[in-house]
Design a protein around this ligand. Structure first.
Ligand code: TD3
Ligand code: NA
Ligand code: ZN
Length: 305
């Protein structure tokens, strides 16, 4: 059933588990994510970025909202990294039940003002809001303290920010970053900082850039002809620890893309004569589903629907 992001995330934070927000751009990803959620009896958040909205248009948004309504588990349809008030309004018009306004690159007062404006509009139509404070950036442990403070979320600022904006959940910067290159080896995650934020911010917390970029997936991608450098993601133990400290929404996109693309390359490589899209998109869909299921097990959301 289609529910708001807060309905899913409030319970997750209260009960100490995480819920995956998985990005989709097409039918196969959407099916894989929802099938995994139903099989695992797990709540789930379907995330569409502005790029996804542009790429898929009404075909994508109508499909995602309709399938979320029919799903046998709680599903929120979420605008990922909304960059403007107008972009959020479009998502609200499409029936999304969760919207992110990401003004984390602006100064504090601008972020507060813009976020507050979105909260008023979204709440007026029963939709909940994710905001962001702090700069997502993979940082090495030895990075100077003042540089970390310039980048990562300041706990006291977070408290004031949430009180002034009324946002429902908060994306925090504690050392993760988007994409496949999150730092040399095991990225440094500032758990003490997260603990301080969680003490001051009772709202569900969000972890962006949370993909694991597992080596076996990177190898499979390379073996099938893909090219990728020294890729590394967030260690599963760091995800579990972050959830125990207050993270409730975990964004995963890169892992799904790697799995899907590795399988398309592999299937096409093995069957040069094949030109029925279902024959290479189907196995890729299954690979995405398996990644989503394993993420749900890691997050502890299995059986929580
Ligand atoms: O936080 C994330 C996903 O992070 P990751 O790249 O670790 O999957 N997102 O918001 C997804 C869109 C960003 C491009 O990946
Ligand atoms: Na988001
Ligand atoms: Zn993100």
């Amino acid at each position: 059933m289609l529910v708001t992001g807060l309905e899913i995330l409030r319970k997750a934070r209260a009960e100490g588990y995480g819920v995956g927000a998985f990005n989709t751009n097409n039918m196969e990803f959407t099916q894989a994510i929802l099938e995994a959620a139903e099989e695992m009896k797990s709540p789930v958040i379907l995330a569409l970025s502005e790029g996804a909205m542009k790429y898929g248009g009404r075909a994508l948004t109508r499909m995602v909202v309709a399938l979320a309504q029919e799903a046998r588990v709680p599903v929120a349809v979420h605008l990922d990294h909304g960059s403007s008030y107008e972009s959020v309004l479009k998502a609200l018009r499409e029936g999304f039940t969760s919207v992110m306004i990401d003004k984390s690159h602006e100064d504090f007062e601008t972020n507060v003002r813009e976020t507050k404006r979105v909260v008023e509009a979204a709440h007026a139509v029963g939709v909940t809001v994710e905001a962001e404070l702090g700069r997502l950036a993979g940082i090495e442990e030895h990075v100077a303290v003042d540089e970390k403070d310039a980048l990562l979320t300041n706990p006291e600022e977070a408290r004031i920010f949430m009180e002034r904006t009324g946002a429902d959940y908060l994306a925090v910067a504690i050392g993760t970053s988007h994409g496949a290159y999150k730092g040399k080896g095991r990225p440094f995650i500032d758990h003490p900082r997260l603990a301080r934020i969680a003490k001051l911010v009772p709202a569900p917390l969000v972890l962006h850039g949370a993909s694991a970029v597992p080596q076996e997936l990177v190898e499979r991608f390379r073996a099938a002809g893909g090219e990728i450098g020294e890729a590394s993601g967030i260690h599963p133990e760091d995800i579990k620890k972050a959830i125990s400290l207050g993270i409730a929404k975990i964004n995963t996109d890169t892992d799904l893309r790697l799995a899907f693309t590795a399988l398309v390359r592999e299937t096409l490589g093995k069957n040069p004569k094949e030109f029925d899209p279902r024959k290479y998109l189907g196995p890729a869909r299954e690979a995405v589903k398996e990644v989503v299921k394993s993420r749900m097990e890691l997050f502890g959301s299995v059986g929580r629907a």
